[in-house]
Design a protein around this ligand. Structure first.
Ligand SMILES: NC(=O)N[C@@H](CC(=O)O)C(=O)O
Ligand SMILES: [Zn+2]
Ligand SMILES: [Zn+2]
Length: 450
């Protein structure tokens, strides 16, 4: 082989012996951005110049898709940028993320959406799809340029005022009507502002009472979920419930999904975050170390009963997807008294290990189920082509290789995110991302950015 050939990036990769969806081991040949061949383990040949990745014992899944990421650019590049957030996504096994609109300025025009889209392209590590705001400036009053964003180069399909609830039912109804024209979906941050109140900062219950913190009651979420599913049925449109956090919301979703399945023509989907699947409100009241703003998040961490209901709902399909709600914040926005600190926690790099630990190791879900909730369902909800596809010949080579048995202790300082508000710091999680490929190009190898 000549020197120039040796240094040239291989165009083909042979992934040898990976367990496809955690099942039978296969060889996957990736070439020209696609899966060229799927063959029984030990039977495919690499061809000259191909990269070989030994994947014995690793699980191959389609690249993960995050319906809910905050990338902070433009406006808060001190907390995260499209580039640093893309790195965190790749390290977490993602090949596509939906970037929330609550930036500064807000993503409420076609130009703003195209800018985020172009920054994602320039970073080149994951597909970055901007979410468009539902209302101008997230003010909840006038609809943003939904149609122009949809028709723009950014092809926006998911609209959300996330961080704020579209609380005016008339505005929500109009948004649901409007997005039907281009197969869009409204992703709602379900929080009735009157019921939750302006200072609500943790789950309303025994712990908030003991700590004297203003509570955010589960019912403030549930009334909006209930209202929105009825509006979706009425408009025959699509609503998506962001970061569902209570057992009561799950009950409403079960009812709504049964109605939608019977009727056809409208739908409700929902996502749960990794933190709502594992962390509980009593983390705020630990002996000697309570009131830690790292655990301040919106919606708040809930009690055990809610966590149990969310796990069950994810396993049985009532909740369609896991979404991170990756919400980086600069140190000076988090290091405050609990009531004054910013809401939000990091999630991209730890989502797969959390889901693996909570859902797979417990036996509640298989790796095939993980592929559904972290890749194919979110891709379908967001209308992404070329993501969340089966790893079959001819499909785009977006995939992640997971070491299902690797146990790691999370170290917030090892993160590639710009921020450090990591609620998993010091926790042991089992299941680690080994490699990520975006259209056949490795973005992560041996757990590190390639
Ligand atoms: N989840 C959070 O606690 N914060 C999010 C907003 C949001 O998702 O509602 C943020 O933008 O920081
Ligand atoms: Zn939100
Ligand atoms: Zn969010």
């Amino acid at each position: 082989m000549s020197a120039t050939q040796e240094t040239r990036t291989p165009t083909a990769t042979l992934v040898r012996g990976a367990r496809l969806l955690g099942e039978d081991p296969v060889d996957l040949l990736l070439a020209d951005g696609r899966v060229a061949e799927v063959a029984p383990a030990g039977t495919a040949s690499a061809g000259a110049g191909a990269r070989v990745v030994e994947a014995d014992g690793l699980v191959a899944l389609p690249g993960l898709v995050d319906l809910h990421t905050h990338l902070r650019e433009p406006g808060r590049e001190d907390a995260e940028t499209v580039l640093t957030g893309s790195r965190a996504a790749a390290v977490g096994g993602y090949t596509a993320v939906l970037a929330m609109a609550n930036t500064s300025p807000v993503t409420d025009t076609a130009e703003a959406a195209e800018r985020v889209h172009d920054l994602g392209r320039a970073a080149g590590l994951v597909d970055v799809h901007p979410v468009g705001a539902v209302t101008k400036g997230l003010a909840g009053e006038e609809l943003a340029e939904l149609g122009l964003m949809a028709r723009s180069r950014a092809r926006v399909r998911v609209f959300s005022d996330d961080g704020r609830c579209v609380s005016d039912a008339r505005v929500m109804r109009r948004a649901l009507e409007y997005v039907k024209a281009f197969g869009g979906v409204v992703s709602q941050h379900s929080q009735d502002p009157d019921l939750a109140g302006p200072t609500a900062c943790c789950h309303e219950g025994e712990v908030s009472g003991r700590l004297g913190l203003p509570g955010w009651p589960g019912v403030a979420e549930e009334v909006i979920v209930a209202r929105d599913v009825v509006l979706a049925r009425h408009t025959r449109s699509r609503v998506h419930v962001a970061h569902v956090s209570t057992a009561g919301s799950v009950e409403v979703l079960r009812w709504a999904k049964a109605q939608a399945a019977r009727d056809g023509g409208w739908s409700v989907t929902a996502e749960v975050t990794p933190h709502h699947l594992l962390l509980t409100t009593d983390l705020l009241a630990t002996e000697g170390g309570g009131y830690d703003p790292t655990y301040k998040v919106n919606p708040p961490l809930r009690p055990d009963e809610d966590v149990a209901a969310l796990r069950e709902a994810l396993a049985d399909g009532t909740v369609d997807a896991v979404a991170t709600d990756h919400a980086p914040h600069a140190r000076h926005d988090k290091q405050h008294a609990f009531v004054d600190a910013a809401f939000g926690m990091l999630g991209l790099e730890t989502a797969l290990p959390v889901v693996s630990t909570v859902m797979v190791r417990s036996g509640a879900m298989t790796w095939r189920d993980v592929a559904r909730v972290m890749s194919s369902a979110p891709a379908r909800i967001a209308g992404l082509e070329g993501q969340g596809r089966d790893l079959a010949a001819g499909e785009p080579a977006n995939l992640v290789l997971v070491d299902p048995d690797a146990t790691t202790t999370v170290d917030r300082d090892a993160s590639v995110s710009l921020s450090r508000n990591n609620p998993w710091h010091g926790r042991e999680l089992t299941g680690a991302v080994h490699a990520t490929f975006l259209r056949g190009v490795p973005t992560v190898l041996e757990g590190e950015l390639a």
